[in-house]
Design a protein. Structure first.
Length: 318
């Protein structure tokens, strides 16, 4: 009988201990400490917590107005494959098998990885990319914005790894990580009977051997005017040239970058450094509409080349 009471007492104490631990765990789950890894809002616009069962934190990117271009042509239509915002947002990109090798989460540091290599390229380019393209109207890529309307893109990112360059003076292959790209408006295409709406890239942000460079388009002849100011752009087009500025060294470290566009003015800023401001006659005469781009645009066709770029956050405002 004495042994019976001893066993019963042991069972009661064990049950009470489990109850206390269980209550303690529930209380801890209901409290989110400041600076913790639990996020209350999902930047992808997904209210379903099933994608975040392990409290994994993803890059702060809202895909509602971004499509992605991949370096491959799996559907054999002669163009790089693209996926629209509707299939990317709400964590859709995580389950798209064609996208997964090229754009995927790294929850170790809450980043989104962009991987690319030379394969399939877009019109008027020899280079491949895994790159986001802004769509202010997700259902119509021909709706874009003017400098007068303006806009701003900000992001935190880093170049994770780039292949060595053995065919030029650069140590590593160059990568474009941000752009403002020009596009001819529907009205101008129709009025001038253009066969293409492709415009020049107004701003290109390069990673070059660890340094961040800004290339800004300027008129070769500032006296150019009228209908000559707008025409389909190609690599052989001699209307525009690049003004180039070195903004500083980042190496393989993460950095913040901002591009702000307004009427006849562009401002670019690396981290908290003094911004570079472009405000000139070429911007005053810029007749193209525009859209933002961000990601991993590898500037080489070398067979064994590759690049990895991480984004921690990315946002656009107009």
């Amino acid at each position: 009988m004495k042994q019976y009471y001893y066993n019963l007492k042991y069972l009661i104490l064990a049950f009470m201990s489990l109850t206390i631990v269980s209550c303690s765990d529930k209380n801890e789950e209901s409290i989110t400490p400041n600076g913790g890894d639990i996020t209350l809002e999902n930047p992808n616009g997904n209210d379903d917590s099933s994608n975040n069962d392990n409290n994994e934190v993803y890059a702060d990117i809202d895909f509602s107005n971004w499509k992605v271009t991949l370096p491959v042509d799996e559907n054999n239509n002669g163009k790089p494959d693209e996926y629209q915002p509707a299939s990317l947002k709400n964590f859709g990109y995580q389950t798209l098998e064609p996208v997964m090798p090229f754009m995927y989460d790294d929850t170790d540091d809450s980043s989104l990885m962009f991987y690319t290599y030379p394969e399939s390229s877009t019109t008027n380019s020899s280079y491949s990319r895994t790159e986001l393209r802004e769509l202010i109207n997700p259902s119509n890529s021909r709706e874009n914005w003017t400098l007068l309307e303006g806009g701003e893109m900000t992001g935190r990112l880093k170049v994770k790894e780039v292949s060595e360059n053995n065919s030029s003076s650069y140590n590593y292959h160059r990568v474009i990580v941000m752009q403002i790209h020009g596009i001819i408006s529907e009205e101008d295409v129709s009025t001038n009977s253009f066969s293409s709406n492709n415009g020049p890239p107004l701003i290109k942000i390069y990673w070059v051997d660890g340094y961040i460079w800004c290339h800004k388009k300027s008129l070769v002849d500032e006296n150019t005017s009228g209908d000559d100011l707008i025409q389909p752009y190609s690599s052989s087009n001699n209307l525009w040239t690049d003004d180039k500025d070195n903004l500083g060294y980042v190496g393989y470290d993460s950095f913040d970058f901002r591009i702000t566009a307004s009427d006849a003015k562009i401002e670019v800023q690396l981290n908290n450094d003094t911004p570079i401001v472009y405000q000139d006659i070429s911007l005053d005469k810029w007749q193209y509409e525009n859209y933002f781009k961000a990601g991993n645009y590898l500037i080489t066709t070398d067979a064994d080349a590759f690049s990895y770029v991480k984004y921690y956050n990315l946002s656009i405002t107009h």
